[in-house]
Design a protein around this ligand. Structure first.
Ligand code: SAM
Length: 304
């Protein structure tokens, strides 16, 4: 398909040579591995950026990428999709509220732990992270400290997450009493309570960077992210998650993400519909056992 208008030179499809040229630039300039993403959707998004960027032809676009770091960022942003909203898939959050979070608290207390750590990776603009923080506000956790870390590859998305200001459409699943209690209307937007904003942290993390370690966690949310990656990458990342979850830890995937392949042996579906998994007892355990009492989130200065 081609579009009418001045930039119709780029249709929905990139030639193989164009795709390889873009891949090389992103790898050199940002160590970004386009090849690990599902081919079709990433090619479509790159083509869309090319159509919308105003370059006269592909050669001009490549030159622009060489000279303009902002265009490299814009291209990376075009490849990532940051669609999210508070309590996305309400059934999953009901399950977290009713079953998973109270159980994590109970297990941590029983194990004599001082705190729990939650990691939401591919958190986009932070809605998932604040949704967890909102649920934890209502759960009796005694003296336990709760660390909630949001992570994403996109620095602009993380900047928005730190600001904690949202359009009403992102809040459509938030009960009105919660909205009233934890948000302040500011212009056309809703600003999340400062206390909650400071109770969570956001850090850049690239799931495809093989050298990047996943922080040891009791709950990993990785929803609507793996779906964009090739099967081999999905498997590798799931193995990393299994290594970094505490013995009673849980993993939550997106509703359209199903665990299969060799990594499925590492997890047992606890709530299959809600895509909540536990680490399998006696299943394959890659790597070393981790001392979760001593492990830290990135950026922590003191080991516990
Ligand atoms: C569709 S959003 C999912 C947001 C949220 N988890 C949810 O389900 O509502 C996918 C997010 O994955 C992030 N992402 C894509 N590639 C990534 C990578 N290699 N490492 C970390 N995050 C990545 C994107 O930037 C985007 O914000």
């Amino acid at each position: 398909m081609t579009e009418a208008g001045p930039y119709a030179w780029c249709g929905d499809e990139l030639s193989e040579a164009e795709f390889q040229a873009i891949t090389a630039v992103l790898h050199t300039k940002r160590q970004f591995d386009v090849g690990a993403y599902k081919d079709k959707c990433v090619r479509r998004r790159i083509a869309k950026r090319l159509r919308n960027c105003g370059a006269a032809d592909f050669r001009a676009y490549l030159m622009r990428l060489e000279e303009d770091p902002e265009e490299v960022d814009a291209l990376l942003e075009a490849i990532s999709i940051h669609v999210s909203h508070f309590f996305r898939d309400p059934g999953t959050f009901r399950c977290l509220e009713r079953d998973v979070l109270p159980d994590l608290v109970a297990q941590a207390q029983e194990a004599g732990r001082h705190g729990l750590r939650f990691w939401s990776v591919g958190c986009a603009t932070g809605e998932e992270v604040y949704s967890l923080a909102l649920l934890m506000e209502e759960i009796d956790r005694g003296e336990l400290t709760i660390e909630i870390l949001g992570a994403d590859i996109s620095s602009p998305a993380l900047e928005n997450a730190r600001r904690g200001r949202y359009d009403a459409i992102r809040l459509k699943e938030v009960p009105s009493a919660v909205l009233k209690k934890y948000f302040r209307q500011d212009g056309g937007l809703y600003q999340i309570d400062d206390r909650l904003r400071h109770a969570v942290r956001f850090e850049r993390h690239d799931l495809l960077a093989t050298e990047a370690c996943c922080p040891q966690s009791d709950l990993i949310l990785c929803r609507n992210v793996l779906i964009y990656f090739s099967r081999a990458e999905q498997e590798r990342i799931l193995r990393q998650f299994a290594t970094s979850l505490s013995p009673f830890g849980r993993l939550v995937l997106g509703r359209s993400e199903i665990m299969d392949g060799s990594s499925a042996r590492l997890f047992t579906a606890e709530f299959p519909l809600e895509r909540v998994y536990r680490r399998s007892v006696g299943g394959d355990r890659p790597g070393e056992m981790i001392d979760h009492a001593k492990s830290t989130f990135p950026g922590d200065t003191n080991a516990r």
